[in-house]
Structures are given as C-alpha cells and as structure tokens.
Design a protein around this ligand. Structure first.
Ligand code: IP8
Length: 267
C-alpha cells in the first residue's frame, strides 16, 4: 500500500439496492454516493459494497453459503450469484467513473480463498500496485472458493474487517439504510433508540440482541456485521455507521465531520 493507512468505506447492500424486490438497484443513491466520494477527494480510499437484492436471493436459492453439496445446480448458482454481483458492481463502477474517480473493481472470487468461511488466502498483488499509483479499489461481497466447503459467500463486511486489519486502516465508514445502530429495528419500530457512541464492551453486549436483516440476507444482517467488526474495534480502529440513503453523511464521515449515526471506539 502507499504510506497512508487506508480509509475503508462500506456501501451496504440495503442502501444501494431495494431489498424488497429482486435485482432492483437504487441508482439515484448510488450516483449521489459517487458524488460524495468524489467530493471527499481521498487518495487512500478502499470501497467495498454489499450484495443487497442482487447477491442474496440467488445465493440463498442455491444454498451457496453452506458450501457445495454435490448438487450440480449449485455450480450454476455460484456462477449466477457472481454474475449478479458483477452487474451491481457495474452500476457502482458506472457512477464512480462518471464522477471521474480512478476506481477499478477487484472481484473477490478471483483473489480470495476461504477455509470454513474465513479468509485463508488473498492475492494482494493487484491491490498493492493500485495503492502505489493511487487508484481506488472497489471490492464487493462475492462467492468464493473454500478449501473445506468447496465454495461459500464472502460478505462485504468480512472483506472490510479483513482489509482493515491487514492494512491497519485509519478508520471504517459504513453506510447503511438507517442512521446508525438502534436498540431495535427503526424501520418497524418508531420507538427505536439510536446509539450515538459505543465502546467495545457495549458492542459485544449488543451483538447477540441485534436482529436479522429485512429481506433475504445470507450473511447475517446487522448481527453478522457487528461480529465482523468486533476484532477491528479491538485493534483500535474507529468505526462510523451512518445513513447512506440521504443527506451528506458519507461525505461528512469520510472527511471527519460529525454525522447522524453511531461512532464505535475501543474505549
Ligand atoms: O451484502 C454478500 O455480501 P454482503 C454478497 O456484504 C452475496 O453480506 C454474494 C450474497
């Protein structure tokens, strides 16, 4: 990587797609996010996006997360899920390129291999060369080959945590479809209370209480996200979770300004 420790931005699948309908992008939001990324003008940014209604329904239909069960239709499911993710990634890339960001996508299925769903191998050659020349790598939740299971799903959240720990990220910004973490689902409960700040201990206590995502989500929704973040927060990396669907929260979070959302720190 270049000398600067990276800032990692996760664009949640629930923000960039409509999870109520299969393969429905929210192109207006994707475009606004690209505008905010351009405006933040960071040369050490890594973008990772989720699967939303592109990756999850196909992955669920063929049981990709739990591995290859000798069912040949699953092989097509693996290929189709990857393809769906490249379609969503293409829309994200369209917006970034339109805003003149030197973004290049890296398909995790081509450079990550897991073992029992955890990253075992990552070929970082391309990533390192991109960092040297200050490109903006764009990764996404994807299907990957797994040394024990044959294949599985590698979530964008696991990628964020892996890259943050590997490259000692300055900070992580997570854009979701809610303004941070709440004590219950704000989309179904108007009484839901937001958490403005959480430390590691509070995050660990909260994790088992968090609900599953709405719509199909093969990688565990908010509870899965927090499980991935715990080692990152333990390593002292600051995490901001904020809304990506409106306002300028992503721009503000990327440029160290206060946002409506949840700030997570070790102590
Ligand atoms: O939305 C999952 O990525 P996530 C991607 O970050 C697939 O959990 C292929 C379902």
């Amino acid at each position: 990587m270049n000398d600067a420790r990276p800032i990692i931005l996760k664009l949640g699948g629930s923000a960039i797609t409509d999870k109520a309908e299969e393969a429905k992008p929210r192109t207006d939001i994707i475009n606004r996010l690209a505008e905010e990324i351009k405006r933040a003008d960071l040369d050490n940014l890594i973008v990772v996006h989720g699967g939303g209604s592109f990756g999850h329904p196909t992955a669920a239909k063929y049981g990709i997360k739990d591995g290859y069960k000798e069912d040949p239709t699953q092989k097509f499911g693996f290929a189709e899920t990857h393809h769906m993710m490249t379609v969503l990634n293409g829309l994200v890339m369209d917006a970034l390129i339109w805003h003149e960001i030197p973004a290049v996508s890296i398909a995790p299925s081509n450079c990550f291999v897991t073992e029992n769903c955890k990253v075992k191998f990552f070929d970082e050659t391309v990533m390192k060369n991109m960092a040297k020349l200050i490109f903006t790598p764009v990764l996404y939740g994807d299907v990957v080959f797994d040394e024990k299971l044959g294949f599985t799903v590698l979530s964008g959240d696991q990628l964020v945590a892996y890259l943050a720990l590997k490259y000692k990220a300055q900070k992580i910004v997570i854009g979701t479809d809610t303004d941070g973490l709440f004590d219950c689902d704000p989309k179904t409960n108007p009484e839901a209370k937001p958490f403005k700040k959480l430390n590691l201990k509070e995050l660990k206590e909260l994790q088992p209480k968090l609900g599953k995502a709405q719509g199909t989500d093969v990688t565990g929704g908010m509870a899965g996200k927090i499980a991935e973040l715990i080692p990152v927060v333990e390593a002292g990396i600051h995490v901001t979770i904020t809304g990506a669907t409106k306002g300028l929260s992503i721009y503000r979070a990327l440029t160290d300004q206060s946002v409506l959302g949840t700030e997570i720190e070790k102590a």
